[in-house]
Structures are given as structure tokens and as C-alpha cells.
Design a protein around this ligand. Structure first.
Ligand code: AMP
Length: 186
């Protein structure tokens, strides 16, 4: 099972991706978490991407796709993966299709979480992550509109998109996600 959690920054896709992964024993891969871990540990990759991540811009596709390709080789993703914050460009979406096709797999479902924009900025400010100041939030939302939002149109062509209203409590959104995935609520 390969599930993509899609949505603007602040819609709660990370929270829901983690919940669905942990309660249903599916591997969870957040490219943002991978970049932050590399920055924290001071790896070569971390040094390469630190300024980009802190500015709210996107890390180049080749670097991002390489991280995903390497990660998917791990045992914990043998039965599938929940992608959180990836793909964020049409090129990444095409790369993911190609990576999965190499092992005869394909994306099962894209969970598109929607929250009104007015709600998003206040949620992000509350979260208080290092890249959650107002200027960087604005940049991340602009990048989302320009580069990431078109990805959902790419996926609509596959008829695998389910849209969930994210403007609700964590458990209510979780139930909606599970229903949309056709899974029993765990
Ligand atoms: P996130 O934790 O998903 O909000 O990601 C935090 C930051 O990591 C983003 O603002 C980007 O700078 C970078 N990042 C995460 N995922 C990707 C991706 N798929 N493509 C490019 N950059 C990414």
C-alpha cells in the first residue's frame, strides 16, 4: 500500500500521516523530517539543504527523489509507505511513479486534505517550528501554490484522489481519512 498525503502546509497532513502509519503499521516517510534530521546531525546533505529549508523554498528534485529512493529500500517499507510532504512537484510525482514501477508497484491512493487558507496561517503560527515565522510561512504557501498545487491535477488523471475535510478535530479527520481509504477505523 503506497499512500500519498497531500495538502498545503498546515492542513495537518503530517499529523494524519503519522497517525495512520502508527495505528495501521505502515511505514511513514516525511521528506521534511529527513531534511531536518540531516540538518540537525550536520551531514553533508544537511549542510547542502539547510538554507533552502530555512527559507521555505523547495529542495531540488534530484536530492529529494534520491532520499526517497534510498529510504524505500529499507525493510520497514517492504509492505508499503505513507508519503508525507512528497511529492511536491510534478517531476517528483513522475519520479515516484517510476521508482514504484521498478518493483511492479504503484500508488494506491492520494489523500488530499483541505483546510480554508485563513485557518492555515494561524495553525502554522501556533505550531512554532523553526521555519514557522510569518515571512517563511508566506513563502511556503506561495511555493505550494506555484509548484505543489499542480501535482493534484496530475493525480486527478489517475482517479486515485480522495479529498478529506481537514477543518475538524484530529480524531474526526482521522476517521474521515480511514473511511476515504476504505479501511476499518483502528
Ligand atoms: P515539511 O516538513 O514537509 O513542511 O517540509 C519542510 C521543508 O523541507 C520544506 O519547506 C522544503 O524546504 C523541504 N522539503 C520537504 N519535502 C520536500 C519535497 N518533497 N521537495 C522539496 N523540498 C522539500
Amino acid at each position: 500500500m503506497y499512500i500519498v498525503f497531500f495538502g498545503a502546509p498546515g492542513v495537518g497532513k503530517g499529523t494524519q500521516a503519522q497517525l495512520v502509519a502508527s495505528r495501521n503499521t505502515i511505514g511513514h516517510l516525511s521528506t521534511g523530517d529527513e531534511f531536518r534530521r540531516n540538518i540537525r546531525e550536520g551531514t553533508g546533505l544537511g549542510k547542502q539543504v539547510q538554507n533552502i529549508v530555512e527559507s521555505g523554498a523547495l529542495v531540488p528534485d534530484e536530492l529529494t527523489t534520491a532520499i526517497v529512493r534510498d529510504a524505500l529500500a529499507q525493510e520497514k517499507f517492504a509492505n508499503g509507505c505513507i508519503f508525507d510532504g512528497f511529492p511536491r512537484t510534478i517531476q517528483q510525482a513522475k519520479d515516484l511513479d517510476a521508482i514504484l514501477a521498478e518493483s511492479g508497484s504503484a500508488i494506491t491512493c492520494i489523500v488530499n486534505i483541505e483546510v480554508p487558507e485563513s485557518e492555515i496561517v494561524s495553525r502554522l503560527l501556533l505550531r512554532g517550528r523553526a521555519d514557522d515565522n510569518e515571512e517563511v510561512i508566506r513563502k511556503r504557501l506561495a511555493v505550494y501554490h506555484d509548484e505543489t498545487a499542480p501535482v493534484i491535477d496530475y493525480y486527478y488523471a489517475t482517479s486515485k484522489v480522495v479529498t478529506v475535510n481537514g477543518n475538524s478535530t484530529m480524531e474526526e479527520v482521522y476517521d474521515s481519512v480511514m473511511a476515504a481509504l476504505g479501511l476499518n477505523v483502528a
